[in-house]
Design a protein. Structure first.
Length: 580
């Protein structure tokens, strides 16, 4: 093996790893909604979880990626530890699909139809289709399809380059001696674990093993322990991803590690006993590409069959190793591990945004009540909740900005834009709640009260603001377009009501029916209430924008008002209700 073979090997390995990475990422993007549907199947039923893990991993071609996502779900509270165990077991079986695809390179036949099954025969066609999809299409899904095809082609060309580069090694005595050393099962397991830990992909390390096996110098006796070690080495990705996570997420990582370690230990013991007692000639035979794929699948299926009945034992074991903390942990609102799958990351964003929105609505209602019936305890709760909303705006906003650096499709990009607008509106509603609270505190400290007329008018406008608040929240939380369309005419009525109440206030001031101190507070309250209604209108319009893929808010408000018959009917209804 000369310098050029070494360079060819390095190039082939680089292409192989690059192709596998971009293909996996594109598969994950392309299957975003399918992933969400599959992960929705996760229940306490162990077989449903097992099939979910298998299906997701088969789609994205990486058990490491699936396990990292699982750690993220457990960390975010989306999945229980019990559910995660079954999904992790299924992921180990799903990852064996890659080895079967790579084994196609070992097909040997003169039959035209059989030769067409060899990747070297059909990958040029896939490359052509891939580049057409990637360069000629503006649709993000078609582009991802092109990247998948190009990634697979790159992967297979890398595999061929590696096989060609190492083919000269079949006659090198030191290379043969190396695999005689790996015939020691323990050394084989260590070699497989170390290689996989370095490249952080069991699928890729199996592919490298298949490329080496193409020389005919790797026996089954050496290959099988290496395959077992690869399962242990693939745990490193999940272990690294669990740094800084909650206790339950760390437990999920330990489950993954112990599942692979115990499975490898048990079946390695069985392998050694068979080798020692029966010494089958089969172990001395040269491993083929398809043979490695068979044993890779068989080993992972056997590990799952062995450990599946003991999933509860695994759960109790890791809970004993990592007992519950004395001080309860605060679950992170969002987990960056989910960024690898934008569809799932956005789904989690929506859940946190729902909580933020509901909190802002409650805070505003509490602050309105505090103006009439002031309570110190309520005041503290309002300030604490407003701080939490500010924090969530920063968390969600930062998370969404990180998500925009990922490859998003049109629907995902629209949802990011929608959520960015919504967090701003709900944060401002919480700010106005604090402004109203400060007005209530000023009234208490200065012993200011409203006149009977002003108090009645305050209740009227509060009732209108609470209604628009509920309508906009209903529109957002339930995607209720009817409620969304009802918001704009009510917002216009609140604008008119505010001006009417300002005018009445000035008349009361002129007649000496209202104090100057109460007057300033009254004007501040009217301003805050009118601005809250503006933000509610923005929220409802944003929901309609997102449904129509049109983020031009002012244009959508104009369209709503141009629907004259419905709009005028609703406007007149609210006018009679609040301005009569």
């Amino acid at each position: 093996m000369d310098l050029f073979d070494v360079l060819n090997l390095i190039g082939g390995l680089s292409l192989f790893l690059f192709g596998m990475t971009i293909m996996g990422q594109a598969l994950e993007r392309r299957a975003g909604n399918k992933l969400k549907a599959l992960l929705g199947c996760m229940t306490t039923n162990r077989f449903a979880g097992l099939l979910t893990g298998l299906g997701v991993t088969a789609i994205i071609q990486s058990s490491s990626a699936t396990t990292v996502m699982v750690v993220g779900f457990v960390n975010s509270g989306l999945m229980s530890l019990k559910q995660s165990i079954n999904v992790i077991m299924g992921a180990n079986i799903g990852t064996t699909v890659t080895a079967w695809i790579l084994s196609l390179a070992g097909i040997e036949s003169n039959n035209v139809f059989v030769k067409l099954l060899k990747p070297s025969s059909f990958t040029p066609i896939l490359a052509l289709l891939g580049i057409v999809f990637f360069m000629a299409s503006k649709n993000s899904k078609r582009k991802d399809t092109g990247v998948i095809l190009l990634g697979f082609t790159t992967l297979m060309y890398g595999m061929d380059n590696m096989s060609d580069a190492v083919s000269a090694l079949r006659n090198v005595p030191s290379f043969q001696q190396l695999f005689l050393t790996f015939s020691n099962p323990v050394l084989g397991v260590i070699a497989g674990a170390v290689l996989t830990a370095i490249i952080q992909s069991s699928s890729a390390s199996v592919g490298i093993l298949q490329a080496l096996a193409s020389t005919g110098t790797v026996s089954y006796g050496a290959a099988i322990p290496i395959i077992m070690g690869q399962n242990i080495g693939t745990c490193i990705t999940a272990i690294l991803s669990s740094i800084g996570t909650t206790r339950n997420a760390k437990r999920a990582t330990l489950v993954h590690f112990f599942f692979n370690l115990i499975g490898a230990t048990v079946w390695l013991t069985v392998f050694c006993l068979i080798k020692m007692i029966f010494a089958p000639m089969f172990f001395a035979q040269a491993a083929s590409l398809i043979g490695i794929a068979v044993f890779h699948s068989l080993f992972n299926i056997l590990c799952t069959l062995l450990m599946l009945p003991f999933s509860q034992v695994l759960e109790h074991m890791v809970c004993r190793i990592l007992p519950d903390a004395k001080v309860p942990e605060r679950t992170k609102e969002l987990d960056e591990r989910l960024l690898a799958s934008p569809a799932l990351a956005l789904n989690r964003c929506r859940q946190v945004l729902d909580f933020m929105a509901a909190t802002a609505v409650d805070v505003l209602k509490d602050s309105l009540e505090n103006v009439i019936h002031y309570k110190e305890e309520r005041t503290e709760n309002i300030r604490r909740a407003e701080d939490e909303i500010d924090h969530l705006e920063d968390v969600i906003g930062t998370y969404l900005l990180k998500l925009t650096s990922r490859h998003l499709n049109e629907e995902e990009s629209a949802r990011v834009a929608e959520y960015m607008k919504l967090i701003g509106d709900y944060e401002r509603i919480a700010d106005h709640a604090v402004n109203i609270l400060e007005s209530a505190e000023e009234m208490k400290n200065k012993n200011v009260t409203f006149s009977e007329h002003a108090a009645h008018e305050y209740r009227v406008i509060c009732k209108a603001v609470i209604e628009i608040l509920d309508l906009s929240f209903q529109a957002f939380s339930k995607d209720d377009f009817h409620s969304a369309r009802m918001t704009e005419p009510l917002e216009q009525v609140i604008d008119k009501l505010k001006e009417d109440l300002r005018t009445r206030h000035f008349i009361r001031l002129q007649n000496g029916e209202c104090s100057v101190a109460a007057g300033f507070i009254w004007l501040d309250l009217l301003t805050d209430l009118e601005r809250v209604s503006d933000h509610c209108s923005n929220i409802s319009v944003c929901v309609l924008d997102a449904a129509g893929r049109n983020m031009n808010m002012h244009e959508n408000q104009r369209i709503i008002r141009d629907s004259k018959e419905d709009y005028e009917q609703q406007y007149n209804m609210y006018l009679a209700k609040y301005c009569s």
